[in-house]
Structure formats: C-alpha cells, structure tokens
Design a protein around this ligand. Structure first.
Ligand code: COI
Length: 359
C-alpha cells in the first residue's frame, strides 16, 4: 500500500499528452497532465499531509484496502470553464469541498480540510490549464475523491485515507444535439428507490451509483436516456435520476423539487437552479415531496439538474407503460442560460459563486 513516504516512481510520466479535438468532446475520460493526492491518517496531528502534485498515472494500492471490498469511497464532480476573454472560472468549488466532507463523515472517514481542497482544485486547474476547452466547446471536469485505504478484512471504521483529484476535458453528458434539445430526455419511471431509506443517499458515495448502472443500461437499450426513481419506502414520490436531481414546474407556475433527505443528494446545481429561479427569475419555488402522479398530471415542464447533466429538460416520461410528454422547456432554457452565463463570466454572478483561477 502507498504510505506517506512512498516515492513517486509508480506514477507514469507523460507531460505532453495531446489535447483532444475540441469539436469532438463527449462526457468521457481523457488524460490530463497533473493529478493531486494527499494522505490522511486519523492517528496523526494534523491528519492530512500537505498533498502533492504528480504526473497523471496509475496508483498502487493494497488489494486489502478497505474501499476495495466495502466501497468506502466518496467523490465529487465540478467544472472549470473558459470565459470569452480566455479567463478560467470555477463554480462553487468550496461547496464541493464541504459536500466531500459531509459525504466522508457519513462513511466515518476523516473530512478533508476545506481550504486545502479549494487550493488543490485551483492548482489542478492551473497545472492542467491547456486542457480547459475554449468557451462553448466544453469544460474541464474535476473529479476529487476520498477512499479508505488501510488493509481491512472485517467491517469497521478506518484510519487511513487517500484524497485524489484528477481532471478531464469533457463535452455534453448526453449526445443530444442542440437542435434536439427541446424534445428533451426520454425517461422511464421505475417503481423503486435509487437508495435505501436511512442509507447513504445524501452522500456522494460510490455505492449509490454502482447499483444503478445496470438499471440505466437496461433501459438505455430500450431507447430511454435514463430512469427516474421513486422514494424507496412509499414508491410514490419522485426522487432522482441515476445522476441528477429533478425539478417540476407546475401549470400554476410553482417550481417544485423534492426536499433534502436521506434519499436526495444536495446537488450544487440543484441549489443553484433553485436560488436562480427564485431570486433572479422571480419564480415561486417550493421544496416538498411531489408524487409522480402530481408531476405527470400537473407539470408544465420537468427537468434535471447536475454538474455533469447541467440543466436538461425531460421531454417524455414512461410510467406504468403510459407515455407522458412535456413539450415546454422555457424555464429550463432560461435557467440553463442564466447559470451558464455566470459560469462563463458572460454575466456578473449575483451570488458570488464564481471564482477566477489566476494563472
Ligand atoms: C456529476 O454530475 O458531476 C456527477 O458526479 C454525476 C455522475 C453520474 C457523472
């Protein structure tokens, strides 16, 4: 297993990785130059070392590392974007650091210090600057993670942790072309929960995503873009898709999203969309349980929010083998444009969410 004094020879060095074709970006991994890692040990003071920047490459870990068996890992996703004048902007990255802490604490892992997270994220962007796509072509997606890495055979809390941050230039999560956007996503509603009541649904934990991959893959084969899960106990209220929060704009003009609980991830795009709708666009907003029946009967628009998904409208939901279509996407479009305009520096961000990475 890697220890804090492990030399860095295990890391492949390739500092001239070509940048991808900016016109062909999709939401897939491509290598960048530099990654970050920091080791934590609960028995030490301070718990975390100062961290280091290394050429992107493989890391060596013990097969007995706790996360390998027990999924003791949490992660984040955030984006750096270019403005028209070539500056690089980060969006609410301190909030990602805070959420990483909360997720880690849910799995009894040591929280990674907020300021260290912010500094590391900014430095990773700086050191991979040449991979930040030109404005309008895509974003540099950052993937911070924390894993429990000590050898562990039985179940129990861990003391040794690894935080890693890597980045990848990405394009749109879905292959829908701009012209197809109004049609929106095709979603299958499932009579099941994404996560268990009382489980880890509010944390961005590895296990929350693993189980859903096969489910979404099955429905994708049948022509759907993704699935919509219901609250696990009552199977009545909407929760999330595989990787996004959900909003419903009712015909009476109220925008509703499920309240934060043990089955809802506190999405940063969710919060941004909520605040932007309420405070900038003047929309009446509510966080309350909303049943699939109410959504289907009364929705003017339904849309998804997430870092990777951005703000995407749902055009069609199939529930109990009946198809419901939602033709409007005015609010979704306004929210997407408004949030994008902050993220790319086109408009002044009234919330203080955007920070320029000084090169
Ligand atoms: C993100 O939106 O950044 C996520 O981490 C979700 C993942 C399914 C891509």
């Amino acid at each position: 297993m890697l220890k804090q004094d492990t030399p860095t020879h295990i890391l492949a060095v390739n500092s001239r990785t070509p940048t991808p074709d900016w016109d062909k970006l999709s939401f897939s991994f491509s290598e960048t130059d530099v990654m970050y890692r920091s080791f934590g040990d609960q028995t030490q003071d301070p718990i975390w070392d100062e961290g280091e920047y290394l050429p992107f490459g493989a890391i060596e870990l013990s097969p007995a590392a706790a996360f390998m068996s027990y999924g003791l890992g949490v992660f984040e996703g955030l984006k750096a974007q270019r403005s028209d004048d070539g500056r690089i902007l980060l969006f609410r990255h301190r909030d990602n650091g805070l959420r990483l802490q909360k997720s880690a604490e849910r799995l009894l892992m040591a929280p990674f210090p907020e300021d260290q997270f912010v500094e590391a994220v900014e430095e990773i962007v700086r050191r991979n600057e040449r991979f930040v796509p030109p404005k309008g072509k895509g974003t540099l997606y950052l993937r911070p993670m924390e894993h429990a890495i000590e050898n562990k055979l039985g179940l129990g809390p861990c003391e040794k942790f690894l935080v890693t941050i890597y980045s990848s230039p990405v394009g749109s999560y879905f292959s829908l072309k701009a012209a197809e956007m109004p049609k929106g996503l095709r979603i299958r509603c499932l009579e099941q929960g994404r996560v268990a009541p009382g489980g880890t649904g509010f944390a961005k934990a590895m296990g929350n995503y693993a189980g859903g991959i096969t489910i979404a893959a099955n429905w994708r084969e049948k022509g759907f873009d993704d699935v919509l899960y219901l609250e696990a106990h009552h199977k009545k209220y909407i929760t999330e898709t595989s990787g996004s929060n959900v909003f419903v704009l009712l015909k009476n003009g109220t925008l509703v999203t499920p309240p934060l609980d043990d089955q809802i991830l506190p999405g940063i795009t969710r919060d941004s969309a909520y605040q932007t709708a309420k405070d900038v666009l003047g929309v009446k907003c509510e966080q309350r349980p909303i049943s699939i029946d109410e959504a289907i009967e009364d929705a003017e628009e339904i849309f998804c929010t997430g870092t990777a998904w951005t703000v995407r409208n749902i055009g069609e939901i199939v529930h109990h083998d009946k198809t419901y279509t939602f033709e409007k996407n005015d609010l979704q479009t306004s929210l997407l444009q408004e949030i994008l305009s902050y993220q790319t520096g086109e408009k002044e961000d009234p919330f203080g969410w955007v920070k320029e990475v000084k090169l």
